[in-house]
Ligand binder design. Structure first.
Ligand SMILES: [Zn+2]
Length: 450
C-alpha cells in the first residue's frame, strides 16, 4: 500500500529520499553512521545543535555534531499533549500545538523556531483539533519532516499548508518563510470514514530500528454516568496568581492589529468543540524498539469511552467496537511507557474511567500524563496537580490494586517542560523480551501506510 502524497507550494518539487541505513554495528552514543548524510549535515548546524540541547538536554546531544544518542530514548514534554522524542538518533514530534506559545520564550520556555530547528524526521498527529495539530503544516514544510495523520486530518493540513504558503506576512519574513522547494510530505494513516480498530498500519520512518504501529481509536466523549464506580469528586482549579507569577508575553497567534513577530500558524481543523471533518478522528501510536531493551512507548492524545466503544467522531459505537480496540492494545501489553490525555469530555460524568480502561488494557509499566495545559473547562495551565489527585482517586475508585499501578511520572507545568525522561535502551529487558518478540512479529503482519 503506497498512499504518500507530496504536496508542493508551486515552486520546485522536493523529492524526499527516505533512505535508511541498515547497519549491524554496535550501538554507541552519538554515533550517526546509521543516519543519512543529509541528516548528519542538518544535525551539525549551530541552530540545530542549540535547539536539540534546549529540548533534549545538554547531556543528550553531542555539542559538536548535534547527534543524539542512538541507544537512548528521550521523551521531552513540550506542553499539553505534545512531546519531542529522540529515538534511534532521530527526532519525532508527537502533536505540534504549544500552550501559550509566544514570540519570545516566557512561561513556555521555547519558541516556534526551536521546533523547526530541532529538525524532526517525522511528526505524528493524534487528531486534528487545534490544541493538537496547530503548527503542524508549518513545521513540516519548514523541515521536510513526514507528517502522519488520519486521511481526514491530512486534508485539513494540506489546506493549512496552502494558506500559510500564501500568507504574505510569513512568506515575507526572512526567518519564518518557507524554503523555495517547500513541500508537505503527508502520509494518511487511516482512510476517510474508516471504522476504528479495523485498519492497523506500520509507519516506516524509524525502520529498521523501531516498529511504529498506528490505528484509529476513539476521541473522548461524554457518556452517561457509569454507576459501577463512585463519582470522582475532585474539582480542578487553577492558580489565580499564575498570570502575575508568569507575566504573559506577546502570543505568536496574531492579535488585531498584528504585532511584530506574530505568525498565523493555526489549523482549520477546528476547536475543542468539534471543528472540521479532520478534528476528532483520533489515531493511536505505538513505537517499539526492535533491538536492545525493546522499549515500547504508546501515546494517545485523547481517550474515548473504550468500554462503550464510543467517541466524539464515533458516537453510535458499540461495546464490540471498544473490544476490537482493546484486542489491539492487548497485543502491545505490557507497554513500557504509556502517555495519555487526562483532559476528557467525559470528565464531569465519569472522571478518568476511560483513561484507566486504556491503561489496564495496555498493562502500562510507566504512566506519563498529557493534555493538562489546554482543553475544555477542566484542563488548563496550573491544574495539573489537581489532575494528579483525580487520577489517584480514579485508580482507587475503580479498585485497581496498587501492585498494578504503573510507575507514575506526573508532570506539572511549566517546570516539567523540556525536562526529558531518558531511557537507556541498549540492554535486553528479560522480563518482557519474549513477549516483545511476539508483539513485533504480530504487528509485522500489517502493511505500511506509505
Ligand atoms: Zn484536545
Amino acid at each position: 500500500m503506497r498512499r504518500r502524497a507530496v504536496i508542493t507550494s508551486g515552486a520546485a518539487v522536493a523529492g524526499i529520499a527516505a533512505t535508511v541505513g541498515v547497519t549491524g554495528g554496535p550501538a554507541s552514543a552519538f554515533t550517526g553512521d546509521h543516519l543519512t548524510a543529509t541528516e548528519r549535515t542538518k544535525a551539525r548546524r549551530p541552530e540545530t545543535i542549540a535547539a536539540r540541547r534546549l529540548i533534549f538536554g545538554n547531556e543528550n546531544v553531542d555539542p559538536a555534531t548535534g547527534l543524539l544518542p542512538r541507544d537512548r530514548v528521550i521523551v521531552s514534554w513540550i506542553t499539553n499533549s505534545s512531546f519531542a522524542l529522540a529515538v534511534a538518533g532521530r527526532v519525532v514530534l508527537l502533536d505540534t500545538f504549544v500552550t501559550r506559545l509566544e514570540v519570545t520564550p516566557g512561561r513556555t520556555p521555547f519558541v516556534i523556531k526551536d521546533l523547526v530547528d530541532v529538525t524532526p524526521t517525522a511528526i505524528l498527529i493524534g487528531h486534528g483539533h487545534s490544541d493538537h495539530a496547530e503548527n503542524a503544516a508549518y513545521v513540516a514544510a519548514k523541515t521536510g519532516a513526514t507528517l502522519y495523520a488520519s486521511e481526514e486530518t491530512c486534508g485539513v493540513l494540506r489546506a493549512d499548508f496552502e494558506r500559510i504558503a500564501n500568507d504574505p506576512v510569513i512568506q515575507g519574513d526572512p526567518v519564518a518563510r518557507f524554503p523555495r522547494d517547500a513541500a508537505l510530505d503527508l502520509v494518511p494513516v487511516t482512510t476517510t470514514g474508516s471504522t476504528p480498530g479495523t485498519q492497523v498500519l506500520r509507519l516506516k520512518f524509524l525502520e529498521p530500528f523501531a516498529q511504529v504501529v498506528a490505528f484509529r481509536h476513539l476521541h473522548s466523549i461524554a457518556t452517561p454516568y457509569d454507576p459501577t464506580y463512585p463519582r470522582n469528586t475532585i474539582v480542578p482549579v487553577s492558580d489565580p496568581r499564575d498570570a502575575t507569577l508568569f507575566p504573559p508575553g506577546v502570543l505568536l497567534r496574531p492579535s488585531d492589529p498584528p504585532l511584530p513577530g506574530q505568525l498565523d500558524l493555526r489549523t482549520a481543523g477546528g476547536g475543542n468543540a468539534g471543528g472540521g471533518a479532520g478534528g476528532p478522528v483520533a489515531i493511536f501510536y505505538n513505537i517499539t524498539l526492535r533491538t536492545g531493551s525493546n522499549l515500547s512507548l504508546a501515546w494517545q492524545d485523547t481517550i474515548g469511552a473504550l468500554r462503550d466503544g464510543k467517541g466524539s467522531a464515533w458516537p453510535d459505537g458499540t461495546p464490540a467496537d471498544g473490544q476490537r480496540i482493546t484486542d489491539i492494545l492487548h497485543q502491545m501489553a505490557p507497554v513500557d511507557v504509556f502517555s495519555a490525555a487526562v483532559g476528557t469530555a467525559n470528565f464531569a460524568n465519569n472522571g478518568l474511567r476511560d483513561l484507566v480502561d486504556y491503561q489496564q488494557a495496555l498493562r502500562a509499566r510507566m504512566f506519563v500524563p498529557n493534555h493538562q495545559t489546554t482543553g475544555g473547562s477542566d484542563v488548563g495551565e496550573t491544574k495539573s496537580l489537581t489532575h494528579y489527585a483525580i487520577y489517584l482517586q480514579q485508580l482507587r475508585h475503580m479498585g485497581i490494586p496498587e501492585s498494578e499501578w504503573p510507575d507514575i511520572r506526573w508532570t506539572v507545568d511549566p517546570t516539567d517542560y523540556l525536562k526529558p525522561l531518558v531511557f537507556d535502551a541498549s540492554n535486553p529487558d528479560l522480563t518482557v523480551h519474549k513477549r516483545r518478540r511476539a508483539q513485533l512479529r504480530h504487528f509485522d503482519q500489517f502493511p505500511y501506510a506509505e
